[in-house]
Design a protein around this ligand. Structure first.
Ligand code: TTP
Ligand code: MG
Length: 335
């Protein structure tokens, strides 16, 4: 249990299943759970002069997170404000949510309402014995058939998917995938293709386990959360934020490159506003731009800023196979 997820990611394989959880509008949900009569009303939680978060009813009415109270009230005059300066109830809620999640895998807490879990072991157990799983649960980025040139696709939420159900069945039958794997085993020029299919299967089973985990959290604590499932932590975290609230998203390894390339560098954990500005000056706005920057330039930047966060960003990006080669020299020089 003590092993850090980074160490596990260091193995650089596609056969791990990482799930990332983020409680929806955490402080606001905590306050509404204590006051069920507020459930359908816009609720904001304040600290000093800010609305640090608000429920999704308020967000739909135009209230963003971290808005000044005046601004939030101007946008939504009916907003119910609750003081959230005493963190005791949020800490207590966090503890019980984490306890439920940790039953399912190796948990790494990432703040009061976020956690990354390595659920590979549990998924593998189910993978060998599972008879019922034949679909993905939730949203899917990628395509298990893998033939289309552009494999970045996000499954549309069906009309049936709502904040209440949060589940979509994606029509990719396990049987069809198994057949494809078998046929690939005979005909594929490389076994890498077969391994990739197996990685897809693991994530498929993982998506069901994650649905179960979210259900367990809600049943046992009352809290709803969103989740991301992928073969590494960066992707799982990014996936988690794609469909909120109360939904889950899986990014397939084969879709990772296409998903990440157009992403703003700001989305990479560890890259803040200042770093974003510095990178922009170097012509780096999106992840793909990093490939165009010389190793020397990146080294200079990291040294100039004494920057562990650019390291973090680069290490994250290094998990992408096609970008890894370009930046591997940079990593070696800095380490
Ligand atoms: P977040 O997970 O960033 O936000 P959230 O849970 O409210 O909403 P979301 O559905 O988008 O996940 O932060 C968790 C809690 O931390 C949030 O409820 C309030 C608190 N918080 C602060 O007090 N100050 C901050 O600057 C941020 C970002 C959050
Ligand atoms: Mg949250």
């Amino acid at each position: 249990m003590a092993r850090r997820l980074e160490e596990e990611e260091g193995e650089q394989d596609d056969s791990r299943v990482i799930a990332y959880f983020d409680v929806d509008c955490f402080y606001a949900q905590a306050e509404v759970l204590r006051r069920p009569y507020l459930q359908d009303r816009p609720v904001g939680v304040t600290q000093k002069f800010l609305v640090v978060t608000c429920n999704y009813v308020a967000r739909r009415l135009g209230v963003p997170k971290m808005a000044p109270i005046d601004e939030a009230k101007r946008r939504c005059p009916d907003l119910v404000l609750i003081n959230g300066e005493d963190l005791t109830p949020y800490r207590a809620a966090s503890k019980i949510i984490m306890q439920v999640l940790s039953r399912f895998g190796t948990l790494e807490r990432r703040g009061l309402d976020e956690a990354a879990l390595d659920i590979t072991e549990e998924v593998r157990k189910r993978f060998s014995s599972s008879i019922n799983v034949n679909t993905f649960q939730g949203h899917l980025v990628g395509n298990v058939t893998g033939n289309a040139p552009d494999i970045l696709s996000s499954a549309e939420a069906s009309p049936a998917e709502s904040e209440t159900s949060g589940k979509v069945e994606i029509s990719q039958s396990r049987e069809a995938l198994e057949n494809r794997c078998l046929s690939l085993a005979h005909t594929a020029s490389t076994s890498a293709e077969v391994l990739r299919r197996q990685g897809d299967f693991l994530l498929m089973v993982g998506s069901h386990l994650v649905a179960e985990m979210r259900e367990a959290v809600e049943k046992e604590t009352g809290y709803r959360c969103s989740s991301g499932i992928a073969h590494n932590k960066l992707l799982a975290k990014l996936a988690c934020s794609l469909n909120k609230p109360n939904k889950q998203t899986c990014i397939l390894p084969s879709a990772a490159d296409n998903f990440l390339r157009p992403l703003s560098v700001r989305k990479i954990p560890g890259v803040g506003q200042r770093m974003e500005g510095t990178l922009k000056e170097m012509g780096i706005g999106i992840v793909e731009d990093m490939q165009r920057v010389s190793v020397q330039q990146l080294c200079d930047l990291a040294i100039e800023l004494d920057s562990s966060f650019i390291m973090h960003a680069v290490v994250s990006i290094l998990h992408l196979s096609s970008i890894r080669d370009t930046l591997s020299h940079f990593l070696l020089r800095i380490l």
